[in-house]
Design a protein around this ligand. Structure first.
Ligand code: CUA
Length: 344
């Protein structure tokens, strides 16, 4: 996954663009895969429509005010004597243009916002499935629940959903307040310690949508991203079936050494690999680590090179995260990489 950054061009021929770059970034949302004005589902569509209606109405009112101002200046040119309004005229003007019209416009927007807020948070009465998302500093635990709300599979920083079906998301926090936001699919919902909030996701078309923590939660708040991957229901079902399986046992000597390293060094204290005597809960479940697209909650593309970097240098890549540097003899390190890279 790549990110087109809007903030990396400041010198040379781009000098002087700083003033309008933020505006362009705001409008474009920087990328299509994370944008509130490129809706990928019915809830985001309503929000985007409200945004464009407000922007349009605001621009129209601004234009009317500027035209009236220009007219007033034009009519008063050349005359030294100001022509004041009568008291009655001023009173009527202030009442109408200063109170009644703005009041009506603002009321219409408040009403529309409240209606759309209702519609996007209440969601449909029946959910095809329920996913529990737990916010941690600074990553997302994702539990797929069955009809009795028992976990079927656990993953991290990646939420797979079937296209066209409403999915209920139960939001909890393990530590501080976070906020769950997938701009292409819905508005923000906070994750509050000791409370369960509900959000809805519904993707109208297959694709990868980027989500982001939207409530400042500490040093690595900006590196608390996740992906929502919407696929055809059949593809989703086979993905979920695979994720529900325990990890396959290692099939060669190198990976068997990797398991030993995993179980005898620090890894096992914090991480779970289902099917192994490894049930740590402090870090992400690694049962199907290699099937995920990113490492460190959207920080790095998940490949062998980045996995090695993450194991050794994670405190310089994402300072303050709870993972220590994993420094091992190179033979053990290679075996651990092979083992983790094979957890598909
Ligand atoms: Cu979690 Cu910001």
């Amino acid at each position: 996954m790549h990110h087109r950054s809007c903030a990396s061009t400041t010198k040379g021929r781009w000098a002087g663009t700083e003033a309008w770059l933020p505006a362009v970034c705001l409008l474009a949302g920087c990328t299509r895969e994370q944008s509130a004005v490129d809706p990928g589902g019915p809830q985001a569509e309503q929000i985007a429509r409200l945004f464009w209606t407000m922007t349009g109405a605001g621009s129209l009112i601004f234009a009317i005010v500027i035209v009236l101002l220009a007219l007033a200046l034009w009519r008063s040119r050349g005359s030294d004597e100001p022509r004041p309004l009568t008291w009655h005229q001023s009173r009527r003007l202030v009442l109408l243009a200063g109170i009644v019209v703005p009041g009506l416009v603002l009321f219409a927007f408040v009403y529309a916002s409240a209606r759309i807020d209702r519609a996007t948070t209440d969601g449909p009465p029946t959910a095809t499935m329920t996913i529990e998302v737990i916010g941690h500093r600074w990553w997302w635990e994702v539990n797929y629940l069955d009809r009795d709300l028992k976990p079927l599979a656990t993953t991290a920083n990646e939420i797979h959903v079937p296209v066209g079906q409403p999915v209920r998301v139960l939001l909890r926090s393990a530590d501080v307040i976070h906020s769950f936001w997938v701009p292409n699919l819905n508005g923000k919902t906070d994750l509050i310690p000791g409370k369960t909030n509900t959000a809805w996701l519904q993707a109208a078309r297959p694709g990868i949508y980027r989500g982001q923590c939207a409530e400042f939660c500490g040093m690595q708040h900006a590196h608390m991203a996740f992906l929502v991957i919407a696929a055809d229901p059949d593809q989703f079902a086979s993905w979920l079936a695979r994720q529900s399986q325990p990890a396959a046992p290692p099939d060669d000597a190198q990976r068997r050494l990797g398991v030993q390293v995993f179980l005898q060094r620090q890894c096992v204290l914090c991480h779970t690999v289902r099917g192994m005597p490894a049930g740590g809960k402090l870090g992400p479940d690694l049962t199907h680590l290699a099937s995920r697209r990113t490492l460190g909650a959207g920080t790095l593309v998940n490949d062998r090179f980045n996995l090695a970097r993450w194991l050794i240098l994670n405190q310089s890549i994402k300072p303050g995260n709870r993972m220590p540097a994993i420094i091992l003899p190179s033979e053990e390190f290679e075996a651990l990489l092979d083992y983790l890279g094979g957890l598909e």
